[in-house]
Design a protein around this ligand. Sequence first.
Ligand SMILES: NC(=O)C1=CN([C@@H]2O[C@H](COP(=O)(O)OP(=O)(O)OC[C@H]3O[C@@H](n4cnc5c(N)ncnc54)[C@H](OP(=O)(O)O)[C@@H]3O)[C@@H](O)[C@H]2O)C=CC1
Ligand SMILES: O=C(O)C1=N[C@H](C(=O)O)C[C@H](O)C1
Length: 267
Amino acid sequence: MMMEKVKIVIAGARGRMGTEAVNLVNETEQFELVGVVDHKHDGKLLSEIEGFHNDVRIYSDIKKCFFETNPDVLIDLTTPEVGKVHTKIALENGVRPVVGTTGFSDSDLKELEKLTEEKGIGAIIAPNFAIGAILMMKFSQMAAKYFQDVEIIELHHDQKLDAPSGTGIKTAEMIASVREEKKQGHPNEKEILAGARGADYEGIRLHSVRLPGLIAHQEVLFGGNGQSLTIRHDSYNRVSFMSGVKLAVETVMKANVLVYGLENIIE
Ligand SMILES: NC(=O)C1=CN([C@@H]2O[C@H](COP(=O)(O)OP(=O)(O)OC[C@H]3O[C@@H](n4cnc5c(N)ncnc54)[C@H](OP(=O)(O)O)[C@@H]3O)[C@@H](O)[C@H]2O)C=CC1
Ligand SMILES: O=C(O)C1=N[C@H](C(=O)O)C[C@H](O)C1
């Protein structure tokens, strides 16, 4: 029996991640790219853009795109502000969102979770699609049961818009879920230069490095009596995220709730 293909729209297809997502869809037998959402090139074919070969239409109006292409899934890889609006419109139109875009606030996530429940269709918001990064977060959560003192250093390319990274925040959330809130460092410590101690998530310090040449990296440093433990993950290219995007698309087709983080679907 022939399996129906999963019809996919990609928002942000010309971007660093979007380009790899187009390649993934093209290489995957059971996926089909039916349209692209972009704030530029409305009405053109994607194949008119250098480096792309798909004869699918580019839409600036996401609702029109959904109406004309009738997709199953939206993959969003845009910017925090745009990604949130796209996710909402997708849910309202019965399209299952797979969102890699980072920078959503807690209240954004709550609102989208509520909408997902109302609509009864699945959605996946994944701050990191790389399996190694998921393991780094899980291992950090395990280690936090034994080491109370922890600092996170996330390092990214200098074109990144949000800080701290979605992965950094997710890691802090996972660690905070298994440890008592603790103010780390000396009780009387003072920042001589504002920001020197990084951001504070329930006492966990988060530091963001932005440099050309980097892609996506994170170290989670635990300190104890006479010992330390460092858990590090590196993405050296954006193909590293694509097996996670594929898994998310397959999973969202069977889900009817909002899944925040791939750790919830990887055993
Ligand atoms: N979850 C994960 O594993 C990963 C997530 N990310 C996240 O994915 C997102 C994209 O990252 P990256 O690919 O590096 O960023 P890029 O800037 O390379 O790509 C973003 C794309 O979105 C386009 N865009 C901007 N506004 C709109 C709009 N209104 N409608 C449609 N498209 C729009 C941009 O166009 P233009 O450039 O012309 O403005 C650009 O092509 C970020 O939030 C990043 O943090 C990144 C890597 C991994
Ligand atoms: O912008 C990026 O590049 C990345 N963003 C995600 C994040 O904010 O965690 C995932 C990965 O780190 C790459």
